[in-house]
Write a protein that binds this ligand. Structure first.
Ligand code: NAD
Length: 359
């Protein structure tokens, strides 16, 4: 088993170090090779996704990714900005299926921005298509408006598009994932306004005929945004396109207390995957040793489960994380009265200690 370790920028280096520590504590035969990505790679090699980093990622069974980005790169031309590294990895590795569980741990119900009774026991799986939609659609750019009331004025445009095979393959992923859970898929679209999403809805409905044991519901994205804060527990698998998924998964993250708790997996058809926390590089707290490493540690558990075929090791990490929360240990983002505040490293050490206690 070989994994590419790409810590990136900001808190990325701090949290990935803890996840690596946890993986090492499992005593598995995992070869890990580290490379720069994002702003750190731009500084060292002049590009956020250097050839050497991409090559390493392609050769590995899985990529453990931290986060990229910093405000100081905002003025760089778009192709050189750190965030392009993520888009590049998704594209080159064909990581079309993004899994983001939003689980509210019993100990953290009060850390949610919603009332505890709305989130207690929350367990949603968001499945987001990751390589299509308006984020990758061509053409895009700036031009002089060709027509309309503002003809001749400068304008910018992007293209929203989805092909039938792209929708079909992610719909299969969603229905198959639902089969292993609550057997319900909510497909989120904007079919009332967008042609692309009427097509999405039609194709998802067709694919559903192969999964009669799974319930399918269609929901407009504006309603989904509302239902997520009104009655989030009615979702099982929330399934949607790239842009809607980007927004709704961050909204769902907040239901669980902190974005610092949420792992994610992005997979291709070969089972190769990129595993990363759902949050960014948090430049506001970088270098302070206070970031929550649990989302990254839980991402490492997803990696063991989905790409490295080590479900028992994954289960051990999940149990160790639950156990440190039950012990009352909290990083600043999930801290509340009566619990013990710890830093990034202490949290990683505590997870390792729980793993050793399981031995
Ligand atoms: P962010 O997720 O980095 O931070 C949002 C807020 O959440 C901040 O207050 C931050 O302190 C807090 N936070 C995030 N992770 C945390 C953790 N593990 N522990 C405790 N608190 C945590 O989002 P942002 O501030 O909008 O973006 C910062 C940079 O990250 C930008 O350059 C952005 O482009 C980039 N970004 C990268 C990714 C990625 O690498 N996948 C994702 C989102 C944003």
């Amino acid at each position: 088993m070989k994994i590419a370790v790409l810590p990136g920028d900001g808190i990325g280096t701090e949290i990935v170090a803890e996840a690596v520590k946890v993986l090492r504590a499992l005593d598995l035969q995992i070869e890990m090779e580290e490379a720069k990505v994002g702003g750190a790679a731009y500084e060292a090699h002049g590009h956020p996704l250097p050839e050497s980093t991409l090559k390493l990622a392609k050769q590995a069974d899985a990529v453990l990714f931290g986060a990229v980005g910093d405000w100081k790169y905002d003025k760089l031309e778009r192709s050189l900005r750190p965030e392009q590294a993520i888009l590049g990895l998704r594209k080159h590795l064909e990581l079309f299926a993004n899994f983001r569980p939003a689980i509210c741990y019993e100990e953290l119900t009060h850390a949610s921005s919603l009332k505890p009774e709305l989130v207690a026991g929350l367990d949603i799986l968001i499945i987001r298509e990751l390589t299509g939609d308006i984020y990758f659609g061509q053409p895009r750019g700036r031009r002089s408006a060709p027509d309309g009331a503002f003809a001749g004025q400068p304008e910018a445009f992007d293209t929203m598009r989805y092909s039938r095979p792209e929708i079909e393959r992610i719909a299969h992923v969603a229905f198959q994932a639902a089969r292993k859970r609550g057997k319900k898929v909510t497909s989120v679209d904007k079919a009332n306004v967008l042609e692309t999403f009427q097509f999405w809805k039609d194709v998802v409905t067709e694919v559903h005929t192969q999964y009669p044991d799974v319930e399918l519901e269609h929901m407009y994205v504006d309603n989904a945004a509302m239902q997520l804060v009104k009655a989030p527990k009615k979702f099982d698998v929330l399934f949607t396109g790239n842009m809607f998924g980007d927004i709704l998964s961050d909204e769902a993250a907040m239901l669980t207390g902190s974005i610092g708790m949420l792992p994610s997996a992005s997979l291709n058809a070969r089972g190769q995957g990129l595993y990363e926390p759902s949050h960014g590089s948090a430049p506001d707290i970088a270098g302070q040793g206070v970031a929550n490493p649990l989302a990254t540690i839980l991402s490492a558990a997803m990696m063991l489960r989905f790409s490295l075929n080590q479900p028992e090791a994954a289960e051990r990490i999940d149990r160790a994380v639950k156990s440190v929360l039950a012990q009352g240990l909290r990083t600043a983002d999930i801290y509340s009265d009566g619990t013990t505040k710890v830093g990034t490293k202490e949290m990683g050490d505590a997870v390792v200690a729980r793993l050793k206690a399981q031995d």
